[in-house]
Design a protein around this ligand. Sequence first.
Ligand code: UP5
Ligand code: MG
Length: 191
Amino acid sequence: CPKHKDTIIAFVLGGPGSGKGTQCEKIVETFGFKHLSAGDLLRKEMVSDSEYGSMILDTIKEGRIVPSAVTVKLILRELASGDSHKFLIDGFPRSEENRIAFERITGSEPNFVLFFDCPEEEMVKRVLSRNQGRIDDNIDTMKKRLKIFEALNLPVVDYYAKKGKLHKINAVGTEDEVFEQVRRVFAQVST
Ligand code: UP5
Ligand code: MG
């Protein structure tokens, strides 16, 4: 439950293809957090019988952001299920509107925020070579995702930097090199 006093919530931010999901899996293995990928939750909702299915599909295809009400509901459901009290929320909040909705609805703020800092050309290369059939992994949608990231997600990153909650990670390097930086942050803040 997000309100429990021992609850730890970490937001994991970074541009498309910066390595959020990859590093979250390693954090789960090493530090025992539960991983909630907002994008994965939306993709699952999209292929279910949900009334939001076609809206989510259209939104992801255009690289735009699904309304907060929908995403926060999916995240809340996961926060409340199971008995974990340490959560990684990957790929959310993507806008100030998302951030404010989450804080209002849950009454909580993240304990800390990871930010994977990655040059655009590296993100493009990673996304276009991923090959897992995602409808947004094509050059046209990727350009839109990058624009939206810059316009709407970077202000959220700045917000947490000003609050002293942001831990910036250099996302360039091997997965293990990146994780070494992540490990240091978690060793420092979550024990
Ligand atoms: N890779 C990973 N690390 C590497 C390394 N160190 N060196 C070389 N290669 C590396 O990695 C991407 C690829 O790079 C993989 O092939 C990996 O092997 C390789 P990954 O870990 O998947 O990166 P990640 O940052 O998770 O990339 P992803 O594409 O998932 O990020 P997005 O933020 O674009 O996607 P997400 O699923 O979060 O969102 C998709 C869409 O859903 C959004 O565009 C939006 O339309 C919608 N959405 C919302 O509307 N609201 C939300 O709250 C969330 C999503
Ligand atoms: Mg991901």
